[in-house]
Design a protein around this ligand. Sequence first.
Ligand code: NDP
Ligand code: 2IT
Length: 448
Amino acid sequence: MATDEERLEEVYQSVVSRNPGEVEFHQAVREVLDSLGPVIAKRPELAEQRVIERICEPERQIIFGVPWQDDRGEVHINRGFRVQFNSALGPYKGGLRFHPSVYLGTIKFLGFEQTFKNALTGLPIGGGKGGADFNPRDRSDAEIMRFCQSFMLELSRDLGEYRDVPAGDIGVGQREIGYLFGMYKRISKQYESGVLTGKGPGWGGSHARREATGYGSVFFMREMLRTRGESLEGKTCVVSGSGNVAIYTIEKLEQLGARVVACSDSDGFIYDAGGIDLHLLKEIKEDARLRISTYTERKTQARYVDHGNAWDVPCDLAFPSATQNELNGRDARTLVKNGCIAVSEGANMPCTPDAVKVFQDAGVSFGLGKAANAGGVAVSALEMQQNASRDSWTFAHTERRLEQIMQDIHRLCWETAETYGTPGNYVRGANMASFIRVSEAMLSLGLT
Ligand code: NDP
Ligand code: 2IT
């Protein structure tokens, strides 16, 4: 009879052959399956009814064309996706990504991760993800609006407060959610607030949703540091990216007494030894939507390194918060050599498998994305709660809930890792704990 390891390997091989070329999806599945051995050994009933195979197969995959017209009247066609991955714990929930690199494999990897992440929050949300291979860079407001409207015209058929609730991700922020929601409202003839999250607080959104992913990643880091008898106070940090997650990671780190000396975009990074000027950063990225290189025009003592690698900058704490596989084994070795003691993944799967191994072998506390960046989707679920009860909570109340949720996720990962014989391993802890939650629900619901 096959051992548990052999059975998990068989499942992995079948995922690879059923989803050819979707390398990020394979990578995400590999990480989860590699974690499950101890759970299957102790609780074989969770592997019954082919639950592991079923968890790797999306419940539904929707692909559609998105035609739109630019400001010069030229017609473009993009490809839109929504992968409704798993609804054992609640309606499909997860963001939309607009980026030229998006293909089905990107959305599948993100939807798979989302299923487990959402389970860790303890809130009633299943996993899904969507997006398009649309490049919003240098597009006017009107072009973005027309694209969002065309995208929603098709996607609206598959959404609903109790069915599937998208939000933002790379290239999709409050502006895009506004255009998407406006179109949904028109098509459905209803002010169905709960169909999208990440809305503006003035039109049904939750306070602290914009801040939630970044703040949550810092709260998770604080918990990891506590287990080492350390705190954030006085720590030097590097945050990659300069989008939604990066900006609010920097904000919370500054509030809690740490100093962020570098952040980046896909063209290069800035180094500001005195600490990144958050006010200026927000002006550049949120208001003017410019490149990070313009930071040095206003702060001449800072340095911009064109095509440089932010992980070369010495730091105590690293927050990869841009995109998948942005931090490789070489970068991890540099960080370890420079004295980095902990990593919190604000992005989804930003560290390559060899980077994760370098961190774990060196005793660096490593908070994987599906745990560390779960604050965003958690506050999205709180937004759904507020919409369902036609209520609006204060910023302070919502932030306290977020803080509590991140502490609970940290404790769950920590304790699960211990229970199953891999103490301190958040990757194992998070994957096992979330698998238990999703598989128990799937078994209870029968073959549906
Ligand atoms: P934004 O679009 O606001 O910002 C993305 C940032 O990452 C930009 O600085 C961008 O630089 C950089 N970036 C994007 N793609 C690449 C790439 N291929 N190579 C290098 N840099 C890149 O997105 P978010 O901040 O919302 O998302 C960042 C990460 O966090 C993603 O992995 C996302 O999945 C994850 N995440 C987001 C959540 C949210 O609530 N928004 C929740 C949980 C996770 P440039 O402008 O040059 O492209
Ligand atoms: O990756 C993620 O968790 C998100 N992009 C947020 C999803 C959400 O529904 O808020």
